[in-house]
Structures are given as C-alpha cells and as structure tokens.
Design a protein around this ligand. Structure first.
Ligand code: NAP
Length: 246
C-alpha cells in the first residue's frame, strides 16, 4: 500500500457515513463521498475536511446503478492514482410486516443494501489490487443476525451483506485485501427521530450498556477496521451494539 491513504465512502453525506468520512479525514485519508444528494458545492462539511489538509470530493450517484458506481471509482482512482479503503455504508429502511410488504419495499431495500454493496465491491477490487492491497468495510446490522419484526427486507439484505463479506474475504485475501463488516445496533441518527418514545424505550431496554449508540461509536470501529492496526482481521463481523444482540 502507498503512504497516501485514499478512501471511498458510500452514503457519506449524513448520519453514520458522515461521521466515518470525518474520522477517516482526521486519520489522514483523502475521502471521496458517493451519495445521492449533491452537497459538495456549498457544504461546510467539505470545507471542514479540507481544513484538515485532506482532499475531499463528492460523486453524486446511486449505488444501485453499477455503471455509475464503476464510472465514479474509475474517475477517483484515476485522479488519486489508486484507492486503499472502501466503506459501503449507504443503506435505507422500508419497514413493514411481511404480509403487508409491497414488491417495491422488498426490492428497494435489497437493491440498495445488498446489490449496492456488491456493485461497489466488484468494481473496486481491481483498484485495491493496483494499490497493492486495502480494506473493505461493509455496513451490516445486528438485525441481519437476529431478525427484526417488520424488517424482513432489511434483515435479509443485511444477512446477505454478512455472507458477501465472508465470501469476498476468502476471494481477495490473496491480493492483501481485508473485507469485514460492522453490525451496529440502535444508533442515534435521523431514523431514530421518526420513532415513538415507546419504541425508543423498548430498544434501549435491550441494550446492556443502557443507552443508544452514537455515530462516533460506529465510526471508531469502522476506521479501526480500515487501518493497519486491523491488518490480520478479515471475514469478521464486529457488532457495535452495547450488548444489544446478546
Ligand atoms: P442515514 O442517516 O439514513 O444515511 C444513509 C446514507 O445513505 C445517506 O447519506 C443516503 O443518501 C445514502 N444513500 C441511501 N440510498 C443510497 C443510494 N441508493 N445510493 C447512494 N447513497 C445512498 O442512515 P444511517 O442511520 O447513518 O445508516 C448508515 C448505515 O448504517 C446503513 O447501511 C444502515 O443500514 C446501517 N445501520 C444503521 C443503524 C442505525 O441505528 N442508524 C443500525 C444498524 C445499521 P441521501 O442523503 O442522498 O439519501
């Protein structure tokens, strides 16, 4: 791997992804954000990263679009002469009990949360190989490990991400590429604002450490798995859930 560290983060515009971008920049990475919403022109966020003397760029696109993903990676890897770290963070929820879940609700979540991760991983491996190795971190969820009422689509997609992560780890270890997943529990983001107080209380009641997780709690684990400190870890699923799963 080169001394310069270059990262590509999907869904880096808000929530957990935004925190990951800030932490990677803090740790010395140049970061490209792949996100649906265009905020690059006016964003304090981008200026904040650049004030750390790191480069920050945004490519507007949809992880479901394999061609857009391929073009974005080609352009940023070309500009930066390679890539070292990929974080597949983009994700959506469309919750409903299975018997009321529409085809679109099912398919949208599978397409973004699972096919989107595959699209990025597949397109990215040649660039990581060119760089002599690297790290891929995929965002799973504890609900992909335990199931969740009303989340058949989401739990299936996140379980798929775990299977994909382990398979890729086996396939690309020979290229000095690690592939791991982070499985958050209940984390304070926009999603939480839409929940009722009862639902929040029930969720917190499951968490051994007695609080909702923060985006920083997840970000620290992601940047660890991206770093050389985690160089002998691959095919792992790291739960960041305050003990909620157990
Ligand atoms: P969030 O605040 O809703 O942010 C999701 C990000 O993904 C946004 O930047 C969004 O872009 C982007 N995105 C969505 N669809 C996309 C697409 N098709 N192509 C490109 N980008 C897309 O979500 P979050 O809570 O931070 O969650 C981040 C990840 O952690 C997700 O994979 C989620 O499943 C996982 N996770 C979250 C929790 C939690 O409690 N929050 C728990 C477990 C796992 P726009 O702004 O343009 O929509």
């Amino acid at each position: 791997m080169s001394d310069r560290r270059r990262a590509f983060v999907t869904g880096g515009g808000r929530g957990i992804g935004r925190c990951i971008v800030q932490m990677l920049a803090r740790d010395g990475y140049d970061v490209c954000i792949f996100d649906q919403e265009d905020f690059s022109g006016s964003s304090d966020f981008v200026r904040q990263i650049e004030s750390l003397d790191r480069q920050c760029c945004q490519v507007v696109g949809d992880v479901r679009d394999a061609r857009a993903v391929g073009d974005a990676l080609e352009s940023v890897a070309g500009r930066w002469d390679g890539l070292d770290v990929i974080v597949n963070n983009a994700g959506i929820v469309r919750d409903q009990v299975s018997w009321k879940m529409t085809d679109d609700m099912w398919q949208d979540v599978i397409d973004v949360n699972l096919t989107g991760v595959f699209n990025v991983c597949r397109a990215t491996i040649p660039y990581l190989r060119q760089s002599g190795g690297g790290a891929i971190v995929n965002m799973a969820s504890i609900n992909g490990m335990r199931g969740k009422f009303g989340q058949a689509n989401y739990a299936a997609a996140k379980a798929g991400v775990i299977g994909l992560t382990k398979t890729l780890a086996k396939e690309v270890a020979r290229f000095n590429i690690t592939v791991n997943a982070v499985a958050p529990g209940f984390i304070e983001t926009d999603i939480v604002k839409t929940m009722s107080e009862d639902a929040k209380r029930d969720a917190v009641g499951e968490i051994l450490l007695g609080r909702i997780g923060t985006v920083e709690d997840v970000g620290e684990s992601v940047v660890f798995l991206c770093s050389d400190r985690a160089r002998f870890i691959t095919g792992e699923v790291l739960r960041v859930d305050g003990g909620q799963y157990i």
